[in-house]
Design a protein around this ligand. Structure first.
Ligand code: SF4
Ligand code: FES
Length: 355
């Protein structure tokens, strides 16, 4: 099998963040500031990524604005011709700060359609700062994506969230149901929407997409647990994307280090190119040869690539089985049990991530 060059790199510059969202997919054990890659370390990662063929870098975290060297880091991306997307909570994104950054696009997280709801999920009061951040992005003429993670406590507000994105001047709105990793997995019972909520949200999204066509691009990520159709996670393991964590670990997906037997490589000790092409971790689930039944003979295997390896592991303890989100998985009853519990009661209270 020919291994393609990666298209995108998620650069998690730091796990530090002013928000404490209960749906955060960062690991429960966050990387300490003292273990983060230095400025020079990140600059050499960007150079290696560009040489490898990466076209887009997503500067993320945590909150990337927490890195005081963000101007140098973004400039290093621009120098190498990398299209640079800043993924931010908006906290600290003043006009002055943005003017010092060499970024091509900003993705702003929004937690809910009103200040109270947003404070409940993020355990912070940052409403005004987000509105101000959206303003400075538009004033600078940069494209703006508003990203909302949907869950039981905001999924009934989709219409108001769409209206908010319109007020903010968003060019694109992403409405994505929660993916259950890290802190989100810990808070799953509290976050899981009911089937009726999901059906209602689907209808609102369909109507909004028709109304916004040609003005705002609306991207909707359905909840795989509810639909019974797994997501083609990362567009395929080791196919298009890689993640570099704050300490320099290089992963096929942002949470792959939860797989206990995966040999995690680090840019401090091995070149990025060798990690992408040769490492055991990137090759383990590349392509379709690793698949077992029912995926192996399934007509959808090239559509969803067997779903998510990390979710398979979290539900079954075996990362190589069919994603239990799938309606054909023999482990689907494990998902049904979780969904059934969510229909009966709300878990909680949530544990808010720290730092
Ligand atoms: Fe996808 Fe495998 Fe389910 Fe088929 S059996 S739909 S390939 S996850
Ligand atoms: Fe790791 Fe899906 S999150 S493969």
């Amino acid at each position: 099998m020919t291994i393609p060059a990666p298209l995108g790199m998620l650069a998690e510059l730091t796990h530090s963040c002013p928000l404490h969202c209960a749906y955060c997919s960062n690991p429960v054990e966050l990387v300490a500031g003292t273990d983060e890659l230095s400025t020079a370390g990140w600059v050499s990662v960007f150079a290696a990524a560009a040489a490898l063929g990466v076209a887009q870098v997503h500067l993320s975290g945590g909150e990337p604005l927490r890195r005081r060297d963000l101007p140098e880091l973004s400039a290093a991306c621009r120098e190498r011709g990398l299209y640079t997307n800043l993924i931010t909570s908006g906290v600290g994104l003043t006009g002055e700060r943005l003017a010092a950054l060499a970024v091509d696009h900003v993705q702003l997280s929004v937690q809910d359609a009103d200040p109270e709801g947003a404070a409940r999920i993020s355990a912070t009061r940052t409403w005004r700062q987000k509105l101000a951040a959206a303003r400075v992005v538009k004033e600078r003429g940069l494209p703006l994506t508003v990203n909302v993670v949907l869950h039981r406590h905001n999924v009934d507000h989709v219409e108001s969230l769409v209206a908010l994105a319109e007020r903010m001047g968003a060019d694109r709105l992403e409405l994505a149901h929660t993916q259950y990793y890290g802190w989100a997995l810990r808070n799953r019972d509290w976050l899981l929407a009911t089937a009726a909520q999901v059906r209602a949200a689907d209808a609102v999204v369909r109507a909004a997409a028709a109304r916004l066509a040609g003005r705002i691009e609306l991207a909707y990520v359905s909840p795989d647990l509810h639909t019974g159709w797994p997501k083609p996670c990362m567009d395929g393991w080791g196919r298009r994307q890689l993640t570099v964590t704050p300490s320099g670990n290089v992963l096929p997906c942002p949470v792959a280090d939860l797989l206990p037997d995966l040999t995690v490589e680090n840019v401090r000790y091995r070149p990025l190119r060798a990690i992408w092409y040769e490492s055991e971790s990137f090759n383990r689930f590349r392509g379709t040869d690793w698949m077992r039944e029912p995926c192996r003979s399934c007509p959808r295997r090239d559509v969803d690539l067997g779903g998510c390896r990390c979710q398979a592991y979290q539900f079954t303890g075996d990362a190589a089985v069919t994603d239990p989100a799938c309606r054909y998985s023999p482990h689907r009853p494990l998902v049904e049990a979780v969904l059934g519990a969510a229909e009966r009661s709300v878990g909680g209270p949530p544990g808010h991530r720290r730092r």
